[in-house]
Design a protein around this ligand. Structure first.
Ligand SMILES: Nc1nc2c(c(=O)[nH]1)N[C@H]1C(S)=C(S)[C@@H](COP(=O)(O)O)O[C@H]1N2
Ligand SMILES: [Mo]
Length: 253
């Protein structure tokens, strides 16, 4: 959500309220009413602190259920190339002028955690990896979605190349703007999860994540980290920029 002033501004949406709304919807979807929830927890539903705690538990339950339902092979819809938008929408918590400018010559992708070969990767090395294109829909939690064409290497291919422990639980990403994200291993190994080097057949422009973004069409937009500078594999839950601010961590679409 760009702002009109050039200074970086952290704009935090009302994440807590959002969590309540989303989880309430999911709760009702499972046939449980808020009245039943009140009985179960013995709390007045208008006591927002208690409600927050209850919904935090529900959010963790949602992670569990979503992970159980996610087969790791279900494919997101792909579209004809003609449907891909050329002027893709920009989004981050600051104005695009403030997107981190990464120079290819200075860049290295750092690797950490449960990975055999932790040698850092340069941009030319990354861009020499085998690539494929996909036209998929990006769904942002803020209420917009757009079909785009991304090109890059399946994250699985990269994880295999570097000898990552594919039985580990999570893959985490650190970004040049202080953003961070993490995904479960089945999502990391999913055939449509790619390290995207191009958008609309162009090398990713700065504001869209140069030198690459993790493109995951089975996840909401915020789980697609841009300007990734480090990648790690771990069994310890790493959290994420928005999950740590109240959004559901799994956030599948
Ligand atoms: N590093 C970083 N990655 C990020 C974000 C961000 O603020 N910083 N915003 C996320 C959100 S909410 C969205 S919708 C998409 C937007 O990607 P786009 O600018 O390519 O449309 O990037 C995601 N990845
Ligand atoms: Mo988003």
């Amino acid at each position: 959500m760009p702002v009109n002033d050039k200074k970086p501004k952290i704009i935090l949406p009302p994440a807590k309220k959002f969590t309540v709304d989303v989880d309430r919807r999911k709760f009702l979807g499972t046939g449980m009413s808020l009245g039943a929830l009140t009985l179960l927890t013995g709390c007045d539903i208008s006591d927002s602190d208690t409600v927050q705690k209850v919904f935090a538990v529900v959010s963790r339950w949602n992670n569990f259920v979503q992970e159980a339902l996610f087969s790791g092979t279900r494919l997101a819809p792909e579209y004809p190339e003609s449907m891909a938008v050329k002027n893709f929408r920009y989004n981050a918590w600051y104005h695009p002028y403030d997107a981190p400018v990464i120079k290819a010559a200075d860049y290295k992708l750092e690797l950490a955690g449960l990975i055999n070969n932790k040698t850092a990767w340069t941009v030319p090395q990354l861009y020499a990896l085998p690539q494929k294109s996909q036209v998929t829909r990006h769904v942002c939690v803020e209420g917009w979605s757009m079909i785009g064409k991304w090109t890059g290497t399946p994250l699985r291919t990269f994880l295999e190349r570097v000898g990552a422990d594919l039985t580990a639980k999570y893959v985490g990403f650190v970004c040049a703007d202080g953003y961070y994200e993490s995904i479960d291993m089945p999502t990391a190994l999913h055939p449509q999860t790619i390290m995207a080097f191009q958008l609309s057949d162009q090398i990713l422009p700065t504001e869209y994540g140069f030198p690459f973004k993790i493109r995951i069409p089975t996840k909401l937009g915020f789980k697609n980290p841009k300007y990734v500078t480090a990648l790690y594999v771990t069994n310890r839950y790493p959290g994420s920029f928005w999950a740590d601010r109240g959004y559901n961590w799994f956030s599948g679409v």
